[in-house]
Write a protein that binds this ligand. Structure first.
Ligand SMILES: NC(=O)c1ccc[n+]([C@@H]2O[C@H](COP(=O)([O-])OP(=O)(O)OC[C@H]3O[C@@H](n4cnc5c(N)ncnc54)[C@H](O)[C@@H]3O)[C@@H](O)[C@H]2O)c1
Length: 256
């Protein structure tokens, strides 16, 4: 008998939440039951246009969302009663506050990189530690930067072996619609603290990885840029390294 599709909700329908909702709605073994937010702006309305059921995460915000023209199907509490798993995509730190209500509803929960590893006691990058996360009640998807490091340096660690990795990251300055708050022009803003959090964060996925990271924000917003200096174990040939990187999922060599 085919397994029933997992019923999924998304709380927080911003940059990450809309991507999660779109991805979930494309899976054969999942059903997106609804998305929840506190806003009634164009982003939530775009979700409604895609046919997503919209819920109000904070009941007091429900009248404002309706006034803004959103057809609200109910409150987050009601959504939690209809699902098996919630993907929390609220701003950093809010997930930690929300976890108790997910646990109380008896459902599984997935958090984003803005939350601490300790919230769930496990972190997740699909190609590195999928099995470790099977059947857990809660986990945390690390940030895109940490995911990138795990895909590249982690691939080398799991195949050839890494003696030492030193990674310098240039993070995009800001989201385009927030450029009035923290936009950067013709400059970089270095993070004073070394290691930046991405190195220790990668070790929550690959505990034995010898890695130090430095980070800065740069004047661009299309993506992040990483420079990885990696000392490998043994004496692999260039072709061996390229072969490993080319055959790894979700890595696309641009010029070799
Ligand atoms: N944007 C990125 O590039 C990025 C990258 C890696 C990790 N993350 C992490 O993903 C998480 C979400 O970040 P984001 O960039 O999508 O944020 P965002 O600001 O784009 O979206 C957050 C959404 O949550 C909603 N919200 C605010 N308060 C809420 C509440 N009380 N209940 C429910 N919804 C509420 C907002 O209206 C908004 O739609 C954070 O943990 C962040 O650190 C973001």
């Amino acid at each position: 008998m085919p397994k029933a599709a997992a019923r999924v909700g998304v709380n927080g329908f911003g940059v990450i939440g809309k991507r999660v909702a779109d991805a979930v709605s494309k899976q054969n073994d999942m059903k997106l039951v609804g998305v929840s937010d506190i806003a009634g702006d164009y982003r939530v309305k775009l979700g409604q246009m895609k046919g997503y059921q919209i819920y109000a995460s904070v009941p007091e915000k429900l009248p404002d969302m309706k006034k803004a023209g959103v057809e609200v199907a109910g409150t987050l509490e009601e959504l939690l009663r209809k699902i098996d798993v919630i993907v929390d995509c609220t701003p950093a730190g809010l997930g930690a506050k929300n976890k108790a209500s997910y646990d109380k509803a008896g459902i599984k929960s997935i958090f984003q990189g803005g939350e601490k590893h300790e919230l769930t006691g496990s972190s997740f990058v699909a190609q590195c530690n999928y099995e470790e996360n099977l059947n857990r009640g809660a986990t945390r998807v690390v940030s895109c930067n940490t995911t990138g490091i795990c895909r590249t340096v982690g691939t080398l660690q799991n195949t050839i072996g890494v003696k030492k990795a030193r990674v310098v990251l240039f993070r995009r300055g800001t989201d385009p619609w927030e450029s009035h708050k923290a936009g950067l022009i013709n400059t970089v803003v270095p993070e004073a603290h070394i290691p930046s959090h991405q190195g220790p964060d990668a070790q929550t996925i690959i505990p034995k990885l010898n890695i130090t990271t430095m980070a800065a924000r740069g004047p661009f917003n299309l993506g992040h840029l990483h420079f990885a200096m990696v000392q490998l174990k043994g004496e692999p040939e260039k072709e061996d390294v390229l072969k490993v990187l080319k055959s790894a999922p979700r890595l696309a060599p641009v010029r070799t």
